[in-house]
Ligand binder design. Structure first.
Ligand SMILES: Cc1cc2nc3c(=O)[nH]c(=O)nc-3n(C[C@H](O)[C@H](O)[C@H](O)COP(=O)(O)O)c2cc1C
Length: 302
């Protein structure tokens, strides 16, 4: 029924699909929190990057852009969520937007059993230069105290890191400087916050992507790899296996193409430490998270 309705909405206006899925997730979260129907979200704890995730399924970036849904993410079954992407430009006034996101996060943290909260940061400046670096650094400083982990989003379509021939030196400089700023913030604020990099792969690779090598060299805390619009499941799984080998002890989060518990399980078996989804929540509705997590075997450490 839900899927038919989504298909119909897609015909009318694609943007309505997301709006509907967002509101439906919120409403069902409210219903799930009522005393009479309240059920505990499934717990399948996983320890990674020194944090205990209530379960290894996350809601990917782009769905809860301003953290307005945070209260309803755990009831929907997710163990963690990536708020944003918050796209920064120091040339634009955005303190009101940031304040709203921070207020939403603080409100959600008052609740028992909230998910772990990642915040995805982007730059509106397209070219890797001092302005882009400045955007990322300012964004890190603004959200440092409110995040369980931060993500530098380099997966944006059309972004420099996604070009077939990314400028190596620029990427190296950017990653090193982000790692260095992470140390400065940790010292200044007295708290450690893991910083991950989100990349998107557009095709299979037989050799270690330079970006992975540079993330390791920079000493960053993890990588999120997005597989978007891949037709061959087999190629995705083989690539995750290779990534698992290349990343070694660097935590690997995988997103893209998860629709069923079997999909998630295959990704874990291939080497993902955590997984995320987006489209399945839109297409199948807010029960998909619980359905997937309930079917997963428990794994204490990823
Ligand atoms: C409408 C839409 C908006 C998105 N916005 C973001 C975003 O702001 N930041 C980001 O890192 N990824 C964004 N993504 C990508 C998702 O986080 C995810 O990587 C991608 O959809 C693949 O997962 P899926 O197959 O489960 O949908 C977006 C995806 C969609 C469909």
């Amino acid at each position: 029924m839900y899927r038919h309705f989504i298909r119909l909405l897609r015909h009318i206006d694609n943007t309505l699909v997301y709006k509907f899925a967002y509101q439906w997730t919120r409403i069902s979260g409210i219903l799930h929190s009522l005393p009479l129907v309240k059920t505990a979200p499934p717990r399948k704890p996983v320890t990674l990057m020194g944090m205990e995730f209530p379960n290894p399924l996350g809601l990917a970036a782009g769905f809860d852009r301003d953290a307005g849904l945070l209260k309803w993410i755990a009831p929907a079954g997710f163990g963690f969520v990536e708020v944003g992407t918050v796209n920064f430009s120091r040339e634009k006034e955005q303190s009101a937007d940031n304040a709203r996101i921070i207020a939403n996060i603080e409100e959600a943290r008052k609740q028992n059993g909230h998910p772990l909260i990642g915040i995805s940061l982007g730059s509106l400046n397209e070219t890797p230069d001092a302005r882009m670096l400045g955007d990322y650094r300012e964004a890190m400083a603004v959200f440092w105290r409110y995040a369980d982990y931060l993500v530098i989003n380099l997966s944006r379509p059309g972004g420099f890191a996604r070009s077939p021939d990314p400028p190596d030196d620029d990427l190296r400089k950017l990653l090193l400087s982000i790692a260095q700023y992470r140390e400065e913030l940790a010292a200044r604020q007295g708290t450690q916050v893991p910083v991950l990099i989100k990349l998107a792969l557009d095709k299979p690779c037989n050799e270690q992507p330079l970006a992975i090598q540079l993330i390791k060299e920079a000493g960053l805390d993890g990588v999120i790899v997005a597989f978007e619009r891949w037709r061959s499941r087999e190629k995705v799984i083989n690539t995750i296996r290779n990534l698992d080998h290349w990343t070694g002890s660097l935590p690997l989060v995988v997103v893209g193409g998860i629709r069923t518990p079997e999909d998630a399980e295959e990704y874990f078996e291939a080497g993902a430490g955590l997984v995320q989804l987006y489209t399945a929540l839109v297409e199948q509705g807010p029960f998909v998270g619980k359905k997937i997590v309930t079917s997963l075997p428990s794994r204490k450490h990823a």
